[in-house]
Ligand binder design. Structure first.
Ligand code: FAD
Length: 519
């Protein structure tokens, strides 16, 4: 009864606020068990994201109680004579309004609203998988699986992201070199297509939809459930950082470490990442809290060429029962690396604390009012054959020793990516993620402003284009169809064909700006 009243209230508000853009009679017939809201606070929150550079108000926000609620809404949009758009929103951590929509409804997948909400993660211990609601945050997936001593295999660096949000992109971190991205670790999905059908899909069942949705930027359906592969959870992590002044030595070591997987060696690190240090020293950004402020190491003292240092970040997981051998195992691998002697920084911590490391940095930044600022991030996949040119042109060139945030760099093996998925990566066996995770400030130096940093991003893309470095954007952002056609390259025809099949009215996820709705 209360739900019906809320929906009726929402519809009345819709009629007042949006006139005839949405057909109110059709929405009244929705009969959702969740909440269709036009509460200004809900609408405001759905119109923003982490990037802080795009603001688009939806007509209403649906807090679904089930996958059927999502299906009812999308079916109504699909069958409506006038049509309206529908966008799933996970935790709103996109940079460029990818989960926003005007003239439509945002489905707020993350966040629970009382007892009518979608199920909590369900672990099948024997089968080593977890079934999670599409809006579930990875931190909550982890908490549930740890109750069974299990954990997902492939991660993102930050866990306050939704399952549906990262699977719509790829989901990568330092484990991707051997486990592949998160999209390579999914057995099955429930998806509401753009026609409002709720379908189960996997490698064997509705496989075209399965592959389309993984890395599909929300274009083919809304993920309401994902079955995610699990492994026994390690208890502890040995976490090591070492420094390099020579880029080629640094990337050579990174590539060596990720090649160990291919050789089926039991001796390997479980996580390989790295970052570039181009400015004030080793304590300059929110990803380097690891280095103590008392640490005397400074770039100048290490002979960095062009004022740039590179930090390799590696971990080895272990159980307390094998703690006595961890030192030797780490040492054996470290001996094969060529970092600057005396720059080894080691810590040891519980597995959960390692996985949840960025959240600590978030809390610190929030306390200083530095989290909710604009984030003109640029994430690129760079082919291995051109990473040296990228270093010279960007890290030692365009950035001019200023970064305004962490710059991550780590290689991945392409054979861990399923070519049938929608995501596009460079056409080489090994490619790097380069992530410029910048925060803009309106006060302070000119080099920290949103305008300056956005312009620098454009400069970097132009440089790659002119130098013929065939980068692919990760978490891509384009405005024109030609740019998307170029981005997808050989995959565009298939991407387009899948769109016509699964979302023929092009009502889903218009915030990606790939297709325009057909009404
Ligand atoms: P949203 O921003 O809410 O949505 C992203 C896109 O997916 C939108 O187009 C939306 O419509 C669509 N979508 C959302 N839910 C669904 C669904 N259920 N079904 C279909 N489509 C859906 N990424 C990495 O790979 N590795 C990292 O280490 C990493 N670290 C990050 C750290 C921070 C601090 C931040 C802010 C982002 C990071 N990201 C990382 C990027 C992140 O994975 C993407 O921005 C992701 O989309 C965010 O998830 P979200 O739940 O907030 O999605």
């Amino acid at each position: 009864m209360a739900t019906k009243l809320l929906v009726t209230f929402a519809i009345c508000r819709l009629i007042v606020t949006v006139g005839l853009t949405l057909n109110p009679t059709e929405l009244l017939r929705l009969g959702v068990d969740g909440q269709l809201s036009v509460d200004p606070a809900d609408v405001e929150s759905a119109s923003l994201d982490f990037g802080g550079v795009s603001r688009v108000e939806p007509m209403a926000v649906l807090h679904p109680a089930s996958a059927e609620d999502v299906a009812r809404l999308v079916r109504s949009a699909y069958e409506s004579a006038r049509g309206f758009t529908v966008s799933a929103r996970g935790h709103g951590h996109s940079i460029n309004g990818q989960a926003q929509t005007a003239n439509g409804v945002v489905v707020q997948m993350s966040g629970r609203l009382g007892s009518r909400n979608p199920e909590k993660p369900r672990v099948l211990e024997k089968m080593r998988y977890v079934d999670a609601w599409g809006g579930e945050l990875w931190i909550d997936v982890l908490r549930s699986t740890l109750e069974y001593g299990l954990a997902p295999k492939s991660w993102t660096d930050y866990l306050y992201l939704s399952v549906g949000g990262t699977l719509s992109n790829a989901g990568i971190s330092g484990q991707a070199f051997h486990h592949g991205p998160q999209i390579s670790n999914v057995y099955e999905l429930d998806v509401v297509t753009g026609k409002g059908e709720l379908l189960t899909c996997s490698q064997k069942q509705n496989s075209e939809l399965f592959h389309a949705v993984l890395g599909g930027l929300g274009q083919f359906g809304i993920i309401t459930r994902a079955r995610i592969a699990l492994e026994p959870a390690p208890q502890r992590v040995r976490w090591i950082r070492v420094l390099y002044s020579n880029f080629t030595t640094f990337t050579h070591d990174q590539e060596y470490l990720i090649s160990l997987h291919g050789q089926h060696s039991s001796q390997k690190f479980d996580y390989v990442e790295g970052f570039v240090i181009v400015d004030e020293g080793l304590i300059n950004n929110w990803r380097s809290s690891f280095f103590s402020p008392r640490n005397p190491v400074k770039i100048a003292s290490l002979g960095a060429s062009g004022g740039v240092l590179y930090c390799l970040e590696i971990t080895m997981n272990y159980h307390e029962s094998t703690a006595d051998t961890i030192d030797q195992e780490v040492e054996a691998l470290m001996q094969k690396l060529n970092f600057i002697p005396a720059t080894v920084f080691t810590t040891d911590l519980p597995y959960v604390d390692f996985l949840d490391r960025v959240h600590k940095a978030e809390l610190k930044l929030r306390s200083k009012g530095l989290w909710e600022v604009p984030h003109p991030w640029l994430n690129l996949f760079v082919p291995k054959s051109r990473i040296d040119d990228f270093d010279k042109g960007v890290f030692k060139g365009i950035l001019e020793n200023k970064t305004s945030g962490p710059i991550l760099i780590y290689p991945m093996n392409k054979n861990k990516w399923d070519e049938r998925s929608s995501v596009v990566v460079p056409d080489e066996d090994v490619f790097y993620l380069v992530a410029l995770l910048r925060s803009a400030l309106d006060k302070g130096e000119e080099t920290q402003t949103l305008e300056y940093l956005s312009d620098q991003n454009r400069q970097i893309l132009r440089f790659c284009d002119e130098a013929g470095i065939d980068v692919k954007q990760y978490l891509p952002h384009y405005t024109y169809e030609e740019e998307w056609v170029d981005h997808f390259g050989d995959k565009w025809a298939l991407f387009h064909q899948r769109k016509m099949e699964f979302d023929p009215r092009r009502i889903l996820t218009t915030g990606q700006r790939i297709f325009k709705p057909s009404f």
